[in-house]
Design a protein around this ligand. Structure first.
Ligand code: SF4
Length: 189
């Protein structure tokens, strides 16, 4: 029989997180998909904070994501900013209220406590889960959305980090953000 352990563990943890979210007073006015979109926008870089990128990341329909983004904007959790070069395209940014909401909710306290209890093995688990995700993305040909500092285009120069794809300078904190243009080091351009 096929071993279903990995699926079972991931599914159980996901259901615990869903149950936890339903109990949070801050989530009373927020649907889970809205929290997912808000969390993505808190984690992604300046090339990846468009409505289309949110749609691709969440793997949902354009209409569903558009409704969620409208709701987040109406609640004052995100705001739109026109692109400096192309005024027809917009970027989505968290407001101070949105940032506060994410900092209060993510990660769930129970998950943080369990990760702390694992000590160094918790760090190893994060590395393994990142590798698992990268493997799935590579094998199934789904959008990368990886961490900038792990990208094949991420260059460390004397004057700081640089994106070899866009040719732009990267601030130190941008290395820790998610990018929709991310390519794994062993991936063809
Ligand atoms: S280095 Fe890669 S991940 Fe970082 S901004 Fe450039 S394309 Fe995106």
């Amino acid at each position: 029989m096929t071993d279903t352990s990995l699926y079972d563990y991931l599914e159980r943890i996901a259901s615990l997180m869903r149950a936890w979210a339903r109990e949070q007073p801050l989530m009373a006015d927020l649907q889970p998909i809205q929290l997912s979109a808000l969390n993505y926008l808190a984690r992604c870089n300046r090339y990846s904070n468009t409505p289309l990128a949110v749609t691709d990341y969440l793997g949902l329909t354009k209409g569903t994501v558009s409704q969620s983004l409208k709701a987040l904007e109406a609640k004052g959790l995100i705001r739109k900013r026109p692109d400096a070069q192309d005024r027809r395209s917009v970027h989505l940014e968290l407001t101070a209220a949105g940032q506060g909401m994410i900092e209060s909710l993510v990660p769930p306290a129970f998950l943080r406590r369990a990760e702390d209890a694992l000590g160094e093995r918790g760090e190893l688990l994060v590395v393994l889960l990142r590798e698992l995700l990268a493997t799935i993305q590579r094998q199934e040909d789904v959008p990368g959305f990886g961490l900038c500092r792990t990208c094949r285009f991420h260059q460390r120069l004397d004057e700081g980090a640089h994106c070899g794809l866009t040719g732009e300078h990267l601030e130190p904190r941008e290395g820790e953000l998610i990018c929709r243009e991310h390519r794994a080091p062993d991936e063809a351009a």
